[in-house]
Design a protein around this ligand. Structure first.
Ligand SMILES: [Zn+2]
Length: 299
């Protein structure tokens, strides 16, 4: 298919940037109109400290998003731990994910992103426990008719969290509506700054396609932000204004153009997540205008 007929990637922020509040806005229901004015087409609603959104607010946010052409996803609470050894904690995890799925249905979000959990002593056993808990969540979601929303385990930034690419792909291979959320900043931090550049990014994309097929790859849910890291991986999310921080988005943009992919790219830059989503969108557009193979000739 030619560039003209190619589906467009979507770019947008995770949560509300500082500039949104500085402009005098307070409610997330104003975000879709605000994003459209900026030229952004995705928004990840943050439930990271709990799913507190009321049904009526969620429905209003969904209506605004549809009106302004913004695709919604939700980030589930940080307290999710599919691998918890404690039964009560696993039940709470099920509750957080089901609450997130309900909110997603209210607002018409396509995807609920979550961090898989902590591995404890035995990583393989933890992954099995996580898969079992996720299976239970999928069954409960199916019974409640919540299964058209995708659950997306995320590649995490710290080595001592579950969420290597392999672990995420293993959870996605369970069947059901489970897709990966590939956070390239986290993979970069987790690898100590090694996983960067075109060949490394291509290998990640190839692994997704190998395990889950072309359609999942084409519409991949991506997180991308500059990340400060130390020996254990991620320390904190920074912004494109901080010098010397990776990963660089340009090689990924080249791959998106060359492979004709149309992912959702969510930026989690600290306070500047909308501005940096625009930085990434513009890099992508420049690559697309240069065309496959013409990229290196551009300034
Ligand atoms: Zn996350």
């Amino acid at each position: 298919m030619g560039v003209g007929g190619m589906a467009e990637p979507r770019f947008g922020p995770a949560g509300n940037p500082d500039s949104f509040y500085r402009a005098g806005y307070k409610s997330s229901t104003d975000m879709p109109a605000w994003l459209r004015r900026l030229g952004l087409t995705a928004y990840e609603y943050q439930c990271v400290r709990g799913v507190h959104i009321k049904e009526d607010t969620a429905r209003r946010l969904g209506e605004a998003a549809r009106e302004h052409g913004v695709a919604l996803s939700i980030h589930a609470p940080y307290y999710v731990n599919l691998a918890a050894t404690d039964r009560t904690l696993r039940e709470k995890t099920r509750g957080y994910l089901l609450d997130s799925l309900r909110a997603a249905v209210w607002m018409g979000a396509t995807t609920v992103v979550f961090h898989p959990g902590s591995p404890g002593e035995d990583r393989a056993a933890a992954l099995e426990r996580a898969a079992r808990t996720l299976r239970e969540v999928l069954d409960a979601a199916g019974e409640e008719g919540l299964d058209r929303v995708a659950l997306a385990p995320e590649t995490t930034g710290k080595v001592n969290q579950l969420g290597s690419l392999e672990e995420v792909l293993a959870l996605c291979s369970l069947g059901g509506n489970v897709v990966p959320a590939v956070d390239f900043g986290h993979l970069y931090a987790r690898s100590g700054g090694v996983l960067a550049g075109k060949e490394a990014f291509a290998e990640v994309l190839r692994a997704v396609e190998r395990h889950l097929g072309r359609a999942v790859l084409t519409h991949l849910h991506i997180h991308f932000s500059p990340v400060e890291f130390g020996r254990g991986g991620e320390k904190r999310h920074r912004t494109t204004l901080d010098p010397g921080l990776g990963p660089d988005f340009t090689p990924l943009a080249e791959l998106l153009v060359e492979w004709g992919l149309a992912p959702t790219v969510i930026c989690e830059s600290d306070g500047r997540q909308a501005e940096d989503a625009l930085v990434y969108r513009d890099i992508y557009r420049r690559m697309r205008e240069a065309g496959p193979g013409g990229v290196r000739g551009s300034p």
